[in-house]
Design a protein around this ligand. Sequence first.
Ligand code: G6P
Length: 368
Amino acid sequence: NLMDKGNYKHFMAKEIHEQPEVLGHTLSRYFDYSTNQARVAGAEHLNFKNLSRLIVTACGTAYLAGLVSKYWFEKYARLPVDIDIASEFRYRETPVSGQDTALFISQSGETADTLASLRYCKEAGAAIGAIVNVPESTIAREADMVFPTIAGPEIGVASTKAFTCQLAVLAALALQAGRERGVLSAEKERELVAELTEVPSLALKALAAESDIVKLALPLSKADNALYLGRATSYPLALEGALKLKELSYIHAEGYAAGELKHGPIALIDENMPVFVIAPHDAIFEKTVSNMQEVAARGGRIVLITDARGASESGNAAENVVIMPEMSDIVAPIIYALPVQLIAYHTAVFMGTDVDQPRNLAKSVTVE
Ligand code: G6P
């Protein structure tokens, strides 16, 4: 029974643990493993080849999936992305025309602002794509082309498995766009797809960090504030970490691009401030380490989420390290979402909040 918590205490825990499996389902729908190519049925409606920019719009956690995709579309497909929160997009009178393509991301397919943004773009004649988890939803019906996430029903109010499945679909779209635009070589595409096939097993390995995360959650449940930092695709993950912690545990948290530290949040750092640094060992790792050292020098208490190489090259600024498996750049935001979700989940469990239905929040925001 899909509506059953199984052996889990909360739907959210169940949904976090379903990710290796549902990511496998979603990826196998959008990638052809016999040729190691992205194969997105209906992508021709998005006209990737001739676009000068792609419009991406969503709310909440789905918006943060869109923000990750900006890095991917720009890097792998040289396609500029205009991304905005739906409640801003719908009112800012942005020019949209029949030459445009707009992509909407929504778990429920019913979010009022996302739907209104879709209708705005449709009215302007743009081609409309939608990434949704509920295939019979309004957004799915009104889009020209639907790219479903195969996450299964998501009951917990805070989105988890739908988010990582949205990322899987967006990765496929970005590689498809790269190929169609002639900027992603067949060889590079094969390499990236081969890396993405590792996602389900990497997700399983990431979940093995849960017992370490439980230990961090107890002291965190006593904090009043927390800060999350990351660069590149780890920046949207930092925003997601802060969003999840606020939603579930009611601890005030902020996510920042690590490079913005000096432009404000560094003033908040003292020995009472837990700082989560999301930093896979990638090309920009050193930069994040230097931000981390700035935090440590001011007494901030750092939890570093990285891989073994990152841990060994990070000096001793971090008080705690959550170790992720080694992985390539394109899979990192999908896999690093898991520890971020687990941190918020276990902190909320310690605090005794209503994890599946946090106060004041709704699963689907169908009114403005
Ligand atoms: C609510 C939920 C979030 C979700 C957001 C967007 O705020 O609590 O988890 O990310 O709505 O919902 P959608 O269904 O459009 O993805």
